[in-house]
Design a binder for this molecule. Structure first.
Ligand code: 1PZ
Length: 266
C-alpha cells in the first residue's frame, strides 16, 4: 500500500483495491476499502492541482499586466507576444481579478471536497485500528451493540462516516459508467450522477457550489488520460473492469445498511 501511494495516480490502484474488497462470504474488507478511497482522493487532488496551476498562472499574468499598466500611465500598454499597442485595455484589467477569484473559488470547492473525504477516511482508519475491525460487517455489529439510539446520537461513528462515503461511491459508479458510455460532456455526466446520488443528502448551498464546480471539469479525454492506464481505449477497458467491483461493494453495503435501518443516520 505504501508503494502504491508513490508516483502519479493510476486507476489501476483503485481497481486493485476494490477487487480485493469483497470476500467469498460477501464481507467488505475495511483495509482495501480505505485503500481504494485513498486512491480516489489522490485523483481528486490531482484535479485540484490543475485548478491551482491555472490560478497561479493567471496570478503571474495579472501581475505582469499590472506592471505594464503602471509603466504606461496613459492607459496604453504593449501586449508582449504581439508587440501591438492596445488602447484602453483598462476595463479588461479591472475584470481580471474577478475571473481570478472565480478560478480560485473553484479550486477551493475541490479542496473542500477532498478535505472532507480525507477527514472521513482518517476517522474510519482510526476506528479500524483501535478495534482491529477486519470488515465493514464487524464495524456495524460492534457499533450497533450499544443500541440504535446511541449510534444515532454519535457524530463520529464509523457507520455514519461509511454511509457518507457509501453515497459518494454511488456517485462514482454512475459517473464512471457515464465516462465509459462515451458521453463527451463530463459536466453533464457529473451533474446527472450527482443528482441521482449525493444531491438529495446535501443542503442547497453545497448543491449549488458543486454544480458550479462541475462546469469546470476537464474533458472526457483529459479524464481518461489522468487515469494513467495508457490509451483512451485501455482506460475505457479498465473502467469496464473496475465498475462491477465498485458496484459489488456498493450493493453489499447498501443491503447491510438497509437490513440494520442505518441508511438515514444523521
Ligand atoms: C471528479 C469530480 C469530483 C466531484 C466529486 C463529486 C462529489 C461532490 C460532492 C460535494 C461534497 C461537498 C463537500 C462535503 C460535504 C459534506 O457535508 C458531506 C456530508 O458529510 P457530513 O457533513 O454529514 O459529515 N460529505 C459527503 O457527502 C462526502 C463527500 C465525499 C466526496 C468524495 C468525492 C469522491 C471523488 C472521487 C474522485 C473521482
Amino acid at each position: 500500500a505504501a508503494a502504491a501511494a508513490a508516483g502519479p495516480f493510476s486507476l489501476r490502484e483503485v481497481l486493485d483495491a476494490f477487487r480485493r474488497c469483497v470476500t467469498e462470504q460477501r464481507e467488505v474488507l475495511l483495509e482495501p476499502y480505505l485503500s481504494g478511497w485513498r486512491g480516489l482522493i489522490r485523483f481528486l487532488q490531482s484535479l485540484g492541482a490543475v485548478f491551482s496551476f491555472i490560478s497561479k498562472d493567471v496570478v503571474t499574468k495579472v501581475a505582469l499586466l499590472e506592471a505594464h499598466r503602471q509603466q504606461h500611465p496613459s492607459g496604453a500598454f504593449v501586449f508582449p507576444p504581439f508587440g501591438v499597442v492596445f488602447f484602453p485595455p483598462l476595463t479588461h484589467l479591472t475584470q481580471l481579478p474577478f475571473s481570478l477569484s472565480f478560478l480560485q473559488s473553484l479550486g477551493a470547492v475541490f479542496s473542500f471536497i477532498s478535505k472532507d473525504a480525507v477527514a472521513k477516511v482518517a476517522l474510519l482508519e482510526a476506528h479500524r485500528q483501535q478495534h482491529r475491525f477486519v470488515s465493514l460487517q464487524s464495524l456495524v455489529q460492534h457499533e450497533l451493540a450499544a443500541g440504535p439510539a446511541a449510534l444515532r446520537a454519535r457524530p463520529d461513528s464509523g457507520c455514519r462516516t461509511v454511509l457518507r462515503l457509501h453515497r459518494a461511491l454511488r456517485w462514482l459508479q454512475l459517473f464512471l459508467e457515464g465516462l465509459r458510455s462515451g458521453e463527451p460532456r463530463t459536466s453533464v455526466l457529473c451533474t446527472d450522477a450527482y443528482n441521482a446520488s449525493l444531491a438529495e443528502h446535501h443542503p442547497w448551498v453545497v448543491r449549488k457550489a458543486a454544480t458550479v464546480a462541475f462546469c469546470a471539469l476537464p474533458s472526457r479525454d483529459a479524464f481518461l488520460e489522468i487515469m494513467n492506464v495508457g490509451s483512451a481505449e485501455e482506460a475505457v477497458a479498465m473502467l469496464g473492469e473496475a465498475i462491477p467491483y465498485i458496484g459489488d461493494v456498493y450493493g453489499i453495503t447498501q443491503e447491510l445498511f438497509a437490513e440494520h435501518k442505518l441508511l438515514d443516520l444523521p
